[in-house]
Design a protein around this ligand. Structure first.
Ligand code: IPM
Ligand code: MG
Length: 356
């Protein structure tokens, strides 16, 4: 097999630390299988090139077989004009790769049950669901305007969805549910938003092609509540970009820590984008405190979804399980109790590597 090309975006803050960890793990399970090409994007690209996503960077991602991304942004760039903020670079990569389906698993790792903030009897019913977040539409990509209205400042952000955008994400969710417990919950705000009513109509239409799937609909406020009340009811949640952004942070806490959750963003082509769901955490950057697990697991998702390297992906996931079982914890997942030990990010990496 010829080497596969992977674009690597370390980004800002803790991004480079967690990416370094993921690359070491991948090299260990699949030595010599990949050419990694480091790409500037985010705040570091603003500093160097005056823009968060230089055309050359996007081109490298588009020409690669997959892209692995750390995290971007930080207070240093809080005051740059909105159109060149680091986050714009991230949206540019997602759009440029047409990665419209963002898959965010929320699963409680058994040894981390004590890090779950929910009541024990609720957590014990089981937490194992996937959020399928639409990633290249909605408010994130609608027109953003600051204007003058009757003599005062006004602002608006356009929430727009087209039929084909909703259809294709619905198919992803239904297909995923077919490999799982066959329940899809579509989350919208159809009691208020026209875009949500179109969303609901189309999800119902698409569901006719999947007669085995049980389809439920929840308004987003109720969904936020149900996630806390009884997360065991969920199998696959499908929702639009902004609702998915918010609910996936909530879900990550239910599952123990945002430092544990990877994500895959896929399109119709085969060039996936893989990233942890956490941000660049500038407050802990450079202190060896960051949990590398989310990015390491994003690497495992890349091996599985983009390269069909199932054994290697399983190996990584088992090594992570094994380390957690042995009680080792980075600060974000540390609860002082018998059998647990606080370790640094690089110690966590070494412990995972030694179990591969
Ligand atoms: C995420 C992040 C991003 C988003 C930010 C950094 C732009 O919160 O991946 O969830 O809102 O999509
Ligand atoms: Mg988010």
């Amino acid at each position: 097999m010829s080497k596969k090309n992977v674009a690597v975006i370390p980004g800002d803050g803790i991004g480079p630390e967690v990416i370094n960890a993921a690359l070491k793990v991948i090299e260990k399970v699949a030595p010599g299988k990949f050419n990694f090409k480091s790409v500037a994007m985010g705040g570091n690209a603003i500093d160097k090139f005056g823009e968060p996503l230089p055309a050359e960077s996007l081109k490298i991602c588009q020409d690669s077989d997959a892209t692995l991304l750390g995290a971007v942004g930080g207070p240093k760039w809080d005051n740059v004009p909105p159109e060149i903020r680091p986050e714009r670079g991230l949206l540019g990569v997602r759009k440029g790769l047409e990665a419209f389906a963002n898959i965010r698993p929320a699963k409680i790792f058994k040894p981390l049950a004590s890090a779950c903030p929910l009541r024990k009897d609720i957590a014990e019913k089981g937490i194992d669901f996937i959020i399928v977040r639409e990633l290249t539409g909605g408010i994130y990509f609608g027109e953003h305007k600051l204007f003058n209205l009757n003599g005062e400042r006004a602002a608006s952000d356009l929430m727009q969805y087209t039929e084909h955008e909703i259809k294709r994400i619905a198919h992803v969710a239904f297909k995923m549910a077919m490999t799982r417990r066959k329940i899809v919950t579509s989350v919208d705000k159809a009691n208020i938003l026209t875009s949500s009513r179109l969303w609901r109509d189309i999800v119902i239409e698409v569901s006719k092609e999947y007669p085995e799937i049980k389809l439920n609909h929840l308004y987003v406020d109720n969904a936020a509540m149900q996630l806390i009340k009884d997360p065991s009811q969920f199998d696959v949640i499908v929702t639009e970009n902004t609702f998915g952004d918010i609910l996936s942070d909530e879900a990550s806490q239910i599952a123990g820590s945002i430092g544990m959750i990877p994500s895959a963003s896929l399109g119709d082509n085969n060039r996936g984008l893989y990233e942890p769901i956490h941000g660049s955490a500038p407050d802990i950057a450079g202190q060896d405190k960051a949990n590398p697990i989310a990015t390491i697991l994003a690497g495992a998702m890349m091996l599985r979804y983009s390269f069909e390297m199932y054994d290697e992906a399983n190996k990584i996931e088992n090594a992570v399980d094994n380390v957690l079982n042995s009680g080792l914890r980075t600060p974000d997942i540390y609860v002082n109790s018998e059998g647990t030990k606080l370790i640094t990010g690089s110690e966590m990496l070494n412990e995972i590597i030694s179990r591969l």
